[in-house]
Ligand binder design. Structure first.
Ligand SMILES: [Zn+2]
Length: 73
């Protein structure tokens, strides 16, 4: 089951819930203030489909990881 995040429109806290896809858009109460004025966040932590090819390499040197850029090696 995927984990969904819901942002509370009253207090701004994020409530995480493990829900069935069919229930993803159903309202859920904020765990901080109890408000049901929550909206589902876009960042859904779903089960990986396996490829991971959308991984973006970090900026900077690809060899030593220096954030300033190429290390010249
Ligand atoms: Zn709240």
């Amino acid at each position: 089951m995927p984990v969904y995040e819901y942002t509370c429109e009253s207090c701004g806290k994020v409530t995480e819930a493990l829900r069935r896809i069919a229930d993803a858009d159903a309202p859920i109460a904020c765990e901080a203030c109890g408000s049901d004025q929550t909206s589902r966040a876009h960042s859904v932590v779903a089960v990986s489909s396996g490829k991971g090819e959308s991984f973006e390499p970090p900026p900077g040197c690809g060899r030593c990881g220096d954030p300033r850029g190429a290390c010249g090696m």
